[in-house]
Structures are given as structure tokens and as C-alpha cells.
Design a protein. Structure first.
Length: 212
């Protein structure tokens, strides 16, 4: 009897996790292919083919959904960073270049671009333009770049490494607003990425410390 009850609890937890993941994935898909104006509790429920009450059972408010989506995005990028095996590379510059390449390629991906351009205003609206949600989204990426900047330049101050990491993340994600439409423009993408990579490396490896 006890074994049966334990199995039922495990099954319930597994089912609940699957349902929660389905809702979060639906949120991601909505912003990847649609507009942030369509992002609502009812809209998510309808797209997920669920009752509104079921969605609200897992995520009572729209802010809860947004927070869960932030965590989903962070986890997704963390898994991608881990797949690069950067810590296994003996040369910190090579590891940093690999990190840059992944982020720049992702920033120029149209699917990624569409998602974030829709996600940014949703985050700002949700926290009443305080910037809290946006900071929660980017803190992990900034921390990742900061860690590798310190490996490249261990002599710089902690504050300087944070400034450089923020500047680099701003450069990378700011490139999402550059829309490449024509075949000629798309053909320039590798050159744009190479120029940006060069600037990022220069910024990261500079020996000067702006706090001095």
C-alpha cells in the first residue's frame, strides 16, 4: 500500500513537472513567433490547449509566468555554455573566443532576435519599468563573461571586470536590433560578427583599468 502511494506521488510530481514545462514552452513559443501583446494568461492557456484555471494552478499570475520564463532562458543558456566545455580548454583566450562566437551567432539568429525583441518590452511592462526583471535575465550572462574576463586579465579590479562584462553583453545583445533583410546584407553578417568579435576581445583584454 505504501509503495503504491509513493508511486502515485512520484507520478503526480512527474506529471506536474511536464505540465509546468509545457506551459513555459508555450510562453517561449508565443514570443518566438508572435507579439508580446498576445502574452496573457488566457492567451497562454488557449495556445497550450489548457483551461485557464489549470495554468493558474501552476502560475497564479502573469508575473509568475514571466519569472518562470526568465529561469527557462537562463537554464537554456547555461546548458549551452556547459556544452562548449570551456573549462576544459587550457587557453583562456580560446575559451573566451568560443564564448563570443556562440553568443554572436545566437544574437544574429532571427528566431532568437524575434524572441528577445518581444521579451524586452514584456519584462519592462511587468516590473513597471524598474529594470528588475531585465537585470534578472542578464545577470547570469554578465557573470559568465566576467568570469572569463578575469581569467584573461586577473590583474584588473573586480569592478572593472564587471564594467567590461556589462559593456560586452550590451554590444552583443544590442546587435539584435540590426535587421539583415536582403541577400547582400545577410552576406555581410560574418564580417560584422568578426568586427564585433575583435572589438570585444580588445575591450576584454585591455590592460587599462577605468577605476584607476
Amino acid at each position: 500500500m505504501e509503495k503504491t502511494i509513493r508511486k502515485q506521488k512520484v507520478a503526480t510530481r512527474k506529471s506536474g513537472k511536464e505540465t509546468s514545462n509545457k506551459i513555459i514552452q508555450t510562453c517561449y513559443d508565443l514570443l518566438t513567433s508572435g507579439s508580446y501583446n498576445d502574452f496573457s494568461m488566457r492567451g497562454v492557456a488557449k495556445t497550450a490547449n489548457m483551461r485557464l484555471a489549470n495554468v493558474q494552478y501552476y502560475f497564479p499570475t502573469k508575473k509568475d509566468l514571466i519569472n518562470a520564463l526568465i529561469e527557462h532562458v537562463i537554464t537554456s543558456y547555461n546548458e549551452r555554455y556547459e556544452s562548449l566545455d570551456l573549462d576544459e580548454m587550457s587557453n583562456p583566450k580560446s575559451a573566451f573566443e568560443k564564448l563570443i562566437d556562440m553568443n554572436l551567432s545566437d544574437a544574429f539568429n532571427q528566431k532568437t532576435r524575434h524572441f528577445f525583441i518581444q521579451f524586452w518590452p514584456l519584462l519592462s511592462e511587468a516590473d513597471n519599468y524598474s529594470g528588475e526583471f531585465l537585470a534578472n535575465l542578464y545577470n547570469h550572462q554578465i557573470a559568465t563573461f566576467r568570469a572569463y574576463i578575469l581569467k584573461l586579465c586577473p590583474e584588473i579590479s573586480p569592478n572593472e571586470s564587471l564594467i567590461r562584462a556589462k559593456a560586452i553583453v550590451s554590444l552583443i545583445d544590442g546587435s539584435m536590433v540590426v535587421r539583415l533583410n536582403s541577400d547582400e546584407e545577410i552576406a555581410h553578417q560574418p564580417n560584422i560578427q568578426n568586427i564585433m568579435k575583435s572589438y570585444i576581445l580588445t575591450l576584454a583584454m585591455s590592460q587599462s583599468d577605468s577605476t584607476m
